[in-house]
Design a protein around this ligand. Structure first.
Ligand SMILES: C[S@@+](CC[C@H](N)C(=O)[O-])C[C@H]1O[C@@H](n2cnc3c(N)ncnc32)[C@H](O)[C@@H]1O
Length: 297
């Protein structure tokens, strides 16, 4: 019965176009911004680093290289490149005031920080403006194919795109429990969060880029498990990392009563861990020097 009520509510919200918007996701990130680095990035940055180091091996960047960091968050990727390169011109785009506020305090070099939806920003860019586009843990917040179509237009000849994002199989533990939470709280839902368009695996990511004539320089996939001693700590983690941004608008996950229900559901399901599944890839148009794995060792 509660399933039927939930489906009816979803259809109603969909028909009324009451979906979670980019701005709502930006606000979610602003709320969790004080915790993002300490809870998520402190561990997961190793995959950002892995990809960025591979990018640095391929791309011949100079003082005047134009680098675009989309969904830049607290600025981690730009800061990483600035520390390694000590040069370049950086543009960081993010829709969250809170995340960008932290980036502003941390960034090393003078950079252009822009509070905007990344797809709208790309659409306003001139053709062939950037040597490198980096987008970590954020591509899913806009339709990926529309984003890649814009990459094709704004990237310079021989420029590089570096993408790191979750796959559609990420957080299986949450995907099992979230619908149950919705069923229990149908009356509290007043916005619909649509499924995030993450790729199933690296093959799919490569296919998306190939469609827009990008060559794959390299791609990789993996997963990372976070373990917790109890359901309370797991709940605190998943509601504070940004991993559920948007889903926390559909149902107010940080409300005390909802949090208590979430803890109970994790306990009932004996769930004390979450698994982030991800893929990353580096792409370029024009001539391609094959990436050699052993270059790194
Ligand atoms: C998981 S964080 C990743 C931050 C950073 N790239 C990193 O690697 O740490 C995702 C970021 O994407 C931003 N974001 C979400 N939707 C966006 C949009 N439509 N346009 C621009 N930024 C967006 C969020 O505000 C958040 O800062």
């Amino acid at each position: 019965m509660s399933k039927i009520r939930l489906y009816m509510k979803i259809v109603k919200l969909f028909l009324a176009n009451k979906t979670v918007r980019c701005e709502d996701i930006g606000k979610s990130y602003t709320t969790i911004s004080p915790y993002y680095e300490n809870l998520f990035l402190k561990t997961m940055h190793r995959y950002n680093d892995e990809m960025l180091l591979k990018l640095l091996e391929c791309a011949d960047l100079t003082n005047s290289s134009e680098i675009l960091d989309l969904g830049a968050g607290t600025g981690y990727n730009s800061i990483f490149l600035q520390m390694k390169l000590k040069a370049g011109k950086y543009t960081l785009v993010d829709i969250s005031k809170g995340m960008l506020g932290i980036a502003k305090k941390q960034i090393i070099q003078k950079s252009n920080l822009i509070e905007s939806d990344m797809l709208s920003y790309l659409k306003g860019c001139e053709e062939h403006s950037f040597d490198v586009i980096v987008c970590c843990w954020a591509l899913k917040y806009q339709p990926p194919l529309e984003m890649i179509k814009q990459f094709q237009r704004v990237i310079k000849k021989d420029g590089y795109i570096a993408i790191l994002l979750n796959t559609s199989r990420t957080l299986p533990e949450i995907r099992r429990i979230y619908p149950k939470l919705l069923e229990k709280n149908v009356d509290k839902i007043d916005q619909l969060m649509l499924p995030l368009p993450n790729p199933k695996n690296k093959k799919v990511l490569n296919r998306w880029f190939k469609k827009y004539k990008f060559n794959e320089v390299m791609s990789s996939e993996g997963e990372h498990e976070f373990y917790f001693p109890n359901a309370e700590q797991l709940t605190e983690f998943v509601t504070s990392t940004g991993a559920l941004a948007g889903f926390d608008v559909m149902i107010k996950l940080r409300e005390k009563e909802i949090k208590t229900q979430l803890v109970k559901l994790f306990e009932e399901n004996k769930t004390y861990k979450v698994t982030h599944k991800f893929v990353y890839g580096i792409y370029k148009q024009g001539s391609l020097i094959p990436y050699k794995q052993d270059k790194l060792s």
